[in-house]
Ligand binder design. Structure first.
Ligand SMILES: [Ca+2]
Length: 197
């Protein structure tokens, strides 16, 4: 009995490496045509649904980006709802400088006026705003803001609900100075934003 078992085990043991070889070969055939470097293969496939952002020269789902990157810095300097994202805030700022986009004329639509942050102390992901948003969810920022920076001399107003609706706050919440934490009452509450105080 024992001997027979050993024999059967050997037989099935023999078959396994061949199966594994086939699986390995199949895997290679499936993976090979993609041919991306390790960095690129971490990006999702192009297309997809929802809000898209330009990131490392390609279009990716903003939702994917915010979920898979610890801290992405985005902006909308190219137009309302047209999102460009980078791996860090300095990288984003450098990109704006290289594109000769400067902070000026706070009252003018389409100029930089504020940066919103995911965590207190200006940390986590951020978004540098050039436009108003009646629905911050359209740029992935509904109920996510914990800190606010404003361009010197500019101001921004935030609302509890989409559609510039103050909701329970009784009025817009204005910021004309950098605010490292919006406080427990307003944390992760803002759903729309407009320039001006
Ligand atoms: Ca809200």
């Amino acid at each position: 009995m024992e001997r027979m078992n050993t024999k059967m085990n050997n037989k099935s043991f023999d078959r396994n490496p061949r199966g594994a070889r086939w699986a390995g070969l199949l895997g290679l055939l499936l993976v090979a045509p993609v041919g991306c470097g390790p960095e690129e293969s971490q990006l999702p496939e192009e297309g997809g649904s929802g809000v898209m952002a330009s990131y490392r020269g390609t279009q990716v789902s903003l939702e994917w980006l915010l979920r898979n990157r610890e801290a992405v810095s985005c902006d909308d300097h190219l137009g309302h709802g047209i999102i460009s994202c980078y791996d860090s805030h300095p990288e984003m700022m450098a990109s704006l400088e290289s594109g000769k986009v400067s902070a000026q004329a706070c009252g003018t639509h389409g100029t930089q006026y504020a940066t919103i942050w995911e965590h207190f102390g200006y940390s986590g992901s951020s978004f540098t705003l050039f436009y108003d948003y009646s629905n911050l969810g359209s740029i992935g920022w509904n109920d996510r803001i914990s800190a606010v920076q404003v361009v010197s001399g500019c101001s921004a107003r935030f609302f509890q609900n989409a559609g510039y609706d103050s909701g329970a706050f009784g009025g817009p919440i204005p910021y004309s100075e950098n605010t490292w934490y919006v406080g427990d009452v307003f944390n992760d509450q803002f759903s729309s934003v407009s320039r001006g105080g």
